[in-house]
Design a protein around this ligand. Sequence first.
Ligand code: MRU
Length: 350
Amino acid sequence: MTDIDFDRYDRIRPIRWTGDALELLDQRRLPFEVDYVRCISSDDVAEAIRSLTVRGAPAIGIAAAWGVVLASRVIEASGGGEAAVKLQPAIEALNAARPTAVNLAWALARMRAALVGAGPDWRAILEAQARAIADEDLAANRRMGALGAALIEPGSNVLTHCNTGSLATAGFGTALGVIRAGVAQGRIGQVYAGETRPWLQGARLTVWELEQDGIAPTLIADAAAAHLMRTGRVQWVIVGADRICANGDTANKIGTYQLAIAARHHGVGFMVAAPSSTVDMATADGDAIHIEERDPGELFGLGGVRTAATGVGAWNPVFDVTPHGLIDAIVTERGVVDRPDAAAMRLAFG
Ligand code: MRU
């Protein structure tokens, strides 16, 4: 297997810790403005998560971890136990910012657990934990990139959805990491990216991100996906995840479910790539996942220009659940779960 040149294939960092502030690449303004928003409080971070300044399951977990560090700057405590109690309101506010991606609750639980038993050096422990969450995410992505790419036959083309790249993680990306690795190894020819209405994570973010690497993606309208598969032009659909349940059911960006149905119909492989921090063995199946619904106003226009008639209603769920039976492989840094179901997930994740 060819080694992957991570300097070439991983140039963007959406989250920067400066020592006294958290800088977040403003994903509402990409691709035409590359601007960082400065957060100096946990409330700033919660608002950045809510407003999609920072987005993508792993990235919001990492940002929230740094949000706890910011919250710790304004409390006094002699030890970790006292700090945990005083930080609880900030942790709850961060946790409430978005409901579907389990990485948010996972990162906050890890920050809280780090405080248990900590002594006077609890601030340093908290900061080290936030840094570890980010570093481990980057390492996991690089590992799962190699594992996922190994499933792809040379000469394949792929379709991806939403943005699962460096922008959505500590770096390299999940599904986009697999795609980067696949391109680097010469396995993948053409990368198709669905535009991902209504927020256009594919059209605005994925296409821009791949171009930084010198990978020229082909953008398609979401509605073109089944036709693309029918023409035989793609062999794999590769997506990320916001929550993977104990039976393998997977929540991801709205539109993923219909891609999985179309892929199965056309004999196209369907791969989910996510770090193990996205696996939620405490949630039995997809029916139990809280699906975020956002402002219907996101559907009424594009780039600030109204496209729908005034006075109409709209429904805007921003995630959906793909049943495990439609998934060929779940790839995490711990390995590949083929044809996931409750038994295979238990074996892999206990
Ligand atoms: O609403 P978003 O942009 O946060 O949704 C992101 C997704 O659905 C991604 O596919 C998922 O978080 C995986 S990102 C590595």
